[in-house]
Design a protein. Structure first.
Length: 81
């Protein structure tokens, strides 16, 4: 039971972080990794996501084509409308 609850919480947190990242990037269009991570941590009040989890969620959003890395400077992410 604890494993199921833990897995469900992890999935819910992942979706929560994804939504937060997309909202931020939709309004800002372009940000560095550090700016985006900092802003995500500021916006999420229900739990404290660590940088590793935020980076995983950003990579997932890049794979799903919500975000892309800037071709000229890989430190920047761009929102893909």
């Amino acid at each position: 039971l604890d494993v199921v609850v833990s897995k469900t919480m992890g999935e819910e947190r992942g979706h929560h972080i994804d939504a937060c990242i997309v909202r931020i990037m939709k309004s800002r269009k372009t940000m560095t990794h550090n700016q985006l991570s900092s802003e995500v941590m500021t916006h999420i009040a229900t739990f404290s996501p660590d940088n590793r989890l935020i980076k995983q969620r950003i990579e997932s959003l890049i794979e799903r084509e919500y975000l892309e890395r800037d071709r000229e400077d890989s430190r920047f992410y761009k929102y893909m409308p």
